[in-house]
Write a protein that binds this ligand. Sequence first.
Ligand code: UT7
Length: 326
Amino acid sequence: MVRTVIVGTGCHLPARVLTNQDLEKMVDTSDEWITTRSGIKERRISSKDEPCSFLATQAAKKALDMAGIKAAELDMIIVCTLTPDMLMPTAACLVQKNLGAERAAAFDLSAACSGFLYGLATADNFIRNNINFKILVIGAEVLSCRVNWKDRNTSVLFGDGAGAVVVTGRNGRRGILSNHLHADGALWKLLHIPGGGCVSPPSRQMLDDNLQYIHMQGRDVFKLAVRAMEESAREALEANNLSPQDIDLYIPHQANIRIINSIAERLQLPREKVYVNIHKYGNTSAATVPIALDEANREGRIREGDLIMLNAFGGGFTWGASLIRW
Ligand code: UT7
């Protein structure tokens, strides 16, 4: 049976660190509130020279290096992002140019914080059709350009960064076991960026109304995230006749430590099986899962044969889970 195997991982974070203490000087907040309500201590912020495609390229180079695959061998590049450098071209085309991946098709995929899971599932389907395909899947975000730094409800939560994987096909039991993707557009208003699209194109009025920024009803999103992530995690396990006890490492979207802890509790996962790095980077949307996957991989937290679960929830709403036999 052809399975999609992750043969390389990489991540890249901007050098600039914005701490909770820095935010105390910018909005009416405190390190104590941010830490206890979200688990975040600091986040990274891109400079003008570090747009989405730059972060994505740096992460991709590390993943290609680990995979021992040259950029020229790539068949496809998928950049999962809601903050591309420009509306056109895609960030993926800029990454293709930066890497010199001349043979690769390239496109962006937009599914907010679940973007990487959607991208991985897309790559998985291409590879099941062609075992030799080599695909780069990247989650990369510069959310700092969509954050209203005067709004304490959102400014303390988000950060910038990128994570990448290289996937290809192998016969055997290792690889992606299944992907489970969901969406519910009916609730879109709870988490959205209203301005900059064709409904509210860029204009002086749009900027004056702060429509270019992330708008979120945090408490409602929190409850939905816990429920949807748990449900999709259980769905993935059931589809493979597995139980939560079989998971060796659970890698959830890093939006809030209380969301992560709630799901871990519901699935009865011990702390050591749950990967957490939210304290360092905050919520980097589509980048949280591949950054965490790469850090776990490089820290030796993942061994061959381990069962890894990826689980995410984000704007749209979109959510899902992927199970991987490493
Ligand atoms: O990645 C996509 C998915 N996104 C998420 O999953 C995010 C989900 N939501 C959350 O993580 C949490 O809801 C938040 C961290 C956003 C907020 O935590 P909360 O416990 O739900 O707080 P809240 O929104 O209910 O606000 C509680 C209080 C409010 O004050 P009042 O109205 O009770 O007087 C807020 O005004 O905390 C206040 N508050 C703050 N205080 C200090 C809100 N933000 C801050 C802040 N510093 N930064």
